[in-house]
Design a protein around this ligand. Sequence first.
Ligand code: ADP
Ligand code: ZN
Ligand code: ZN
Length: 665
Amino acid sequence: MSTFVDVILPVPLAGHFTYSLPASLISLAKAGCRVVVPFGNKRTTTGLIAHIHQTQPEGVELKEVLSIVDASPIVLPAQLALWQWMADYYLCSIGEVFKAALPGKLKGVSSTLHTPLSTLHSPLTLPLLSPAQSSALSQIQEQWQQHAVCLLHGVTSSGKTELYMHLIAEALASGQQVLYLLPEIVLTSQLTSRLQAVFGNRLGVYHSKFSDKVRGEVWQQQLSDAPYDIIVGVRSSVFLPFQRLGLVIVDEEHEANFKQQDPAPRYNARNVAIMMAARTGARVLLGTATPSFESYFNARTGKYGLVTLTERYGQVSLPEVEIVDTMELRRKRLMQGAFSPRLLEQMHDALDRGRQVILFQNRRGYAPHITCHICGWVPRCPRCDVSLVLHAGANRMTCHYCGWSATVPAQCPNCENTDLRSHGFGTERIEDEVQAAFPKARVARMDLDTTKTRSAYEDIIRRFSLGETDILVGTQMVTKGLDFENVSVVGILSADTMLNQSDFRAYERSFQMLSQVAGRAGRRQEQGKVILQTMSAFLPLLQQVTNNDYISMYQEQMLERRQFSYPPFTRLVFVYLRHRHLSEVELLARETALRLRHLFGTRVLGPDEPPVGRIAGQYLRRMMIKLEPSLPLQQVKQRLWQTRQELLTMKTFTAAHIYFDVDPL
Ligand code: ADP
Ligand code: ZN
Ligand code: ZN
């Protein structure tokens, strides 16, 4: 009898690919081992064995497996099952999940494996928990008796991280592994040192700023008989093998960064981690000062447990938020560049007292716009429907969507005017202006441009922690869960771009972002101060931020969510259509709309042009499907996938792309 293998290939085509197994390889083949197989025109590719069986598919001639890469499986059955779930849920191929999951160049068994210690460095003689923390700890454990998932809603600096560490120690003591998910790489360096002080090298770190080699080693270590007990990582760590997972911590669970946008799988690592835990019976703790509506809704309706911490550790008061109306100040010509007199005064005061300042501006680069003030010319990306951003240090204008860039022209290509002007403020310009206004201060900037390498961001964080920098300017990277003890003032230079978004989540997001950035101030000693500059000082949202009133914000917004049938009352699926030609994408959009309306009626909205209608030379159209909870989700998704297959096999649309974003953020 012949033997066959179903192989997962790293391609966007659905399903497995069956190959026959030569007799010489039969004894070596195991599910979870990689194989080299012929694929396409005279090419070979590496895939993963999903099943081994004796059923010959009918009517096709099978190619043979060329070789087997691994002596033992590098992917465990539980991982394969989870990946299949991801492919089904997020409407992509399991091959795309496989491609995203495996670190490139995963080597055979590595000889340089670390040997994790079997004892704690300093077993729980750490800080003692405060009464509020102890009570939260026992409440969490109680909640876990009835709910697999517990949401910890604790204000910024309430000591959530300390609580996590206690829970980790307990899990380790009972022989379990822990996955600790963070939304952002910059957070891993601070947390890693905090955890390493207690757990030593039982801790492994996993993220994309590590080389393929290091990530491959972590993967192999997890398969060995001495795996890391704790993995700290960003979203891709949900792909790692775990042999005895007992606890998953998702810190800053509300963060949109847990969702992968491009390419597929467009998964939410928080939700995948919850699913992964459910499969192994592990408990989950979601922690945040500003819960996502989805999680808070689940907690209020009894699906998750809920535990709250309402005070900062050490009875430090939450920072005082002061709203500064920049509209008024601009009219009176009192603004100095991006700075209000009030912000400058507070910064001077803080620096005089030897304290530190964080300034948040949600745009990188020098200025978001360049124009010719004579003829109105604006440089635009040739490949995307966006204008280019000025990066003054490099003297370039850059597209933030596709990375295209060019030298800033000396004169306007339209009218030869040599006085091109830039408008608006990015972090690079803020850094320049701060340095000019505070010549003696040591200023650093943290954004995508200054953190290209791991050592670069680690340096910025370390120097600021040690007080070697006085003022840290940054994008949303500085708003997340960083813990600096000496920051007394946080300046939000402009809340307006955020507040003016039209997305149904804009309100929720703005609240989260503003509360998080405010939360970096005054974490240890005296009460901190937040100066929030805005042209929309009248918005009720700002009062809710000032009062740290999450619940009012949630209740008010939930009325709108219900009225307009948005999540968490419905589930959304975006359907994206992409083509190199405008006429083709429009044709495809009409045809797709017709078919989807036939299946799902008025639940289908669009097609529309997304906010940026052309990226990297490809035109985009988008449709939104709102699914009420009573619908059989899996059936709906099968229909969607089928519709995609039908459309893509039509001759007209062979060069088109159709893809889905399930639970988009
Ligand atoms: P959160 O994660 O809620 O923002 P952290 O756990 O970072 O808060 O705590 C804020 C600060 O207070 C940290 O610097 C932490 O070391 C300190 N802290 C928290 N709990 C304790 C404790 N029980 N004993 C001593 N210090 C604590
Ligand atoms: Zn001009
Ligand atoms: Zn571009």
